[in-house]
Design a binder for this molecule. Sequence first.
Ligand code: AHG
Ligand code: MN
Ligand code: MN
Ligand code: MN
Length: 335
Amino acid sequence: SGQEKINTDIFTLTRYLNEEQTKHKEASGDFTLLCHALQFSFKSIAYYIRRASLINLSGLAGSSNITGDDQKKLDVIGNDIFIAAMRSSGRVRVLVSEEEEEAIIFEDNPNARYAVMCDPIDGSSNLDAGVAVGTIFGIYKLEEGAKGSKEDLLKPGTELVAAGFTMYGASAQLVLTMKGGAVQGFTMDNALGEFILTHPNMQMPKKRAIYSCNEGNTKYWEEPVLEWVNSLKQAEKPYSARYIGSMVADAYRTLLYGGIFAYPADKKSPKGKLRILYECAPMAMVFEQAGGLAVNSKMQRMLEVVPEGIHDRSGIFLGSYDEVQKVIDIHKKHG
Ligand code: AHG
Ligand code: MN
Ligand code: MN
Ligand code: MN
């Protein structure tokens, strides 16, 4: 009839969260409320990133954070937005952020049962060039009787109840996974102001000839890493190199297209660069639940690593099952 087929039954994040809550009869609704606060922080951060050049939000804040990064104005604002959203949800007791030296304990929420970790703006060195950045998050549930302290986050990633990230790219993409569940991808519809389920049950390709790492670090790399990257370049059909420099954007592409993202520990950064709680562990959970793998530079499963401090770092290899297995095999050979 020439009439356009319009979807009048859209699957929003709100609807997804409602359905998940209904599936769990024992659920109090606290987790759902926490997720609503999370999605608001993503919308809000996306809004300021898009307007940054117009409202004097480009450039440095003039301060640095505990892991030594120069803070951008948007690092500070993203952090403030995230903290306010978590506090006002009333459901978060402890919050760890890249931009906060200490864990924040929300004294106003004494009965809240969740601990959240976040990288408010990942890839912030890319901000002023308008390149995709993101927010990474992970959620733990406090143990029975826990009063709420940083110890509630110094746990293996296997205990995460949920994790994910939002990438602020051509559109805002939210990737969310809950313990034991599938990986769900949502796209922000700016007109509706809603995240729409556009990538249900994401499963990543088992292999793909794309690698993503900062090769400017080659002179610091250890032997197995050198051998691995060289083997990709010398493969019968050599791999493609893709590196954005925002973990979220590199990881999102890797999740969709397959391949591998790596930030190995090296001679200059023997503990690696990326931080376990709010970069490595949440990404590892997403990748494993999408059928991929994630290991550290000692070839241990990333999700089993227990950090000693909230800002501890790790080397990481993250990607398609077969691609990460190649890295493991070469490291094993070197013993
Ligand atoms: P952040 O902007 O949150 O501090 O994270 C930066 C991280 C990550 O996004 C990216 O993968 C990596 O740093 C890039 O590091 P190089 O500039 O050393 O390649
Ligand atoms: Mn930083
Ligand atoms: Mn980061
Ligand atoms: Mn950051």
